[in-house]
Design a protein around this ligand. Structure first.
Ligand code: PMV
Length: 325
């Protein structure tokens, strides 16, 4: 019988297709080599204890009977609602002590909430020897995200579970791993934290006011994703750079660009990147750029000069895994 397990799940970067994915179009996401670790162990008391030191949360406690009820601080929301959903579907036979640890700051927009949810449910199901398929894991984690955020495609959950680089359709209707190697990618963090729910709502309002026009933009983004899928497999970085620039233009027309993002995007382009775009909901967080290997150093320097932080991330990382059982 197991007493303690640790699972880890990777963060993600959206490569192509953000926002349009909410409206039924595909997107492409890659898992990054920045992980979140969740350790769970059984305790005698009938309660949960959650510690997330990097979020300044030490020993947050709740009785098992009260999980998911009352005020839940945002630092532990995904964990508590994840536990509730796990218990409702399966069972939580004992109290649990949970500790999280992250390789990356929750500010970057790498999907810390989805990674923590996936690692938690994987660790719990292993602890209670309840073998879940990837699809079952997806379903419970996606429900948790929707319970909290109301909207979302689930692309980040899929990246945390499957890892690698995947072609994805909302709700996990299609989850297709793409066989590709390492990408010549540089990531620039704007130092501005974006609020995904607000931006998704903003695009929703724009869509309702301008259905015909915005539908065309979503559909064009969908076309870019299909082209990018082919070019990723053939490693046509130059062609992919051009698609990034077009995708960025379309995202700008959805109103999710920002000055900080543009500064970093133009910095990369002006130094000879193949192309650049924002990654995720927009409004801040990170931009990404495909660049010739010889330009890596100078583009990273320019990103820093323009007020950003050049992040060293490797793409195509391994999906959720058990670190210790
Ligand atoms: O802000 P992020 O990195 O969580 O990305 C959001 C991407 C959207 O397409 C806008 C939303 C979604 O759930 O797909």
């Amino acid at each position: 019988m197991l007493n303690k397990t640790i699972a880890s799940a990777p963060g993600k970067l959206m490569l192509f297709g953000e926002h349009a994915v909410i409206y039924g179009y595909p997107c492409i996401v890659t898992a990054v080599n920045q992980r979140i670790y969740v350790s769970v162990n059984k305790i005698k008391e009938k309660k949960i204890i959650i510690s997330a030191p990097q979020l300044n949360t030490q020993e947050y406690q709740k009785d098992l009977s009260k999980i998911g009820k009352g005020d839940i601080p945002k630092e532990v929301k995904f964990i508590e609602i994840g536990l509730k959903n796990y218990r409702n579907k399966y069972s939580l036979p004992t109290g649990i002590n949970i500790v999280t640890k992250s390789d990356f700051s929750s500010k970057f927009g790498f999907g810390s909430s989805s990674a923590v949810t996936v690692a938690l449910i994987k660790a719990l199901s292993t602890l209670f020897e309840n073998k879940l398929s990837k699809k079952e894991l997806f379903s419970i984690c996606y429900k948790t995200v929707l319970d909290i955020q109301k909207a979302g495609s689930g692309f980040d959950i899929a990246a945390a579970i499957w890892g690698g680089t995947i072609y994805f359709i909302s709700g996990g209707k299609v989850i297709k791993p793409l066989r590709i190697g390492e990408m010549p990618l540089v990531v620039g963090y704007t130092k501005v934290k974006a609020d995904t729910s607000t931006l998704v709502r903003k695009v929703g309002d724009l869509y309702r006011e301008n259905k015909k026009e915005i539908s065309i933009i979503f559909s064009l983004i969908g076309d870019i994703v299909l082209k990018a899928k082919v070019k990723l497999i053939s490693q046509d970085w130059k062609g992919l750079g051009k698609l990034m620039d077009i995708n960025q233009g379309l995202l700008e027309s959805l109103g999710v660009g920002s000055i900080e993002l543009s500064k970093l995007i133009y910095a990369a382009r002006s130094l000879g990147a193949y192309g650049a775009k924002l990654s995720g909901a927009g409004g801040g967080d990170c931009m990404i750029t495909f660049t010739p290997n010889t330009k890596f150093g100078s583009i990273k320097k320019e990103i820093t000069k323009k007020g950003g932080v050049a992040l060293d991330v490797k793409t195509h990382a391994e999906g959720v895994k058990i670190e210790k059982a």
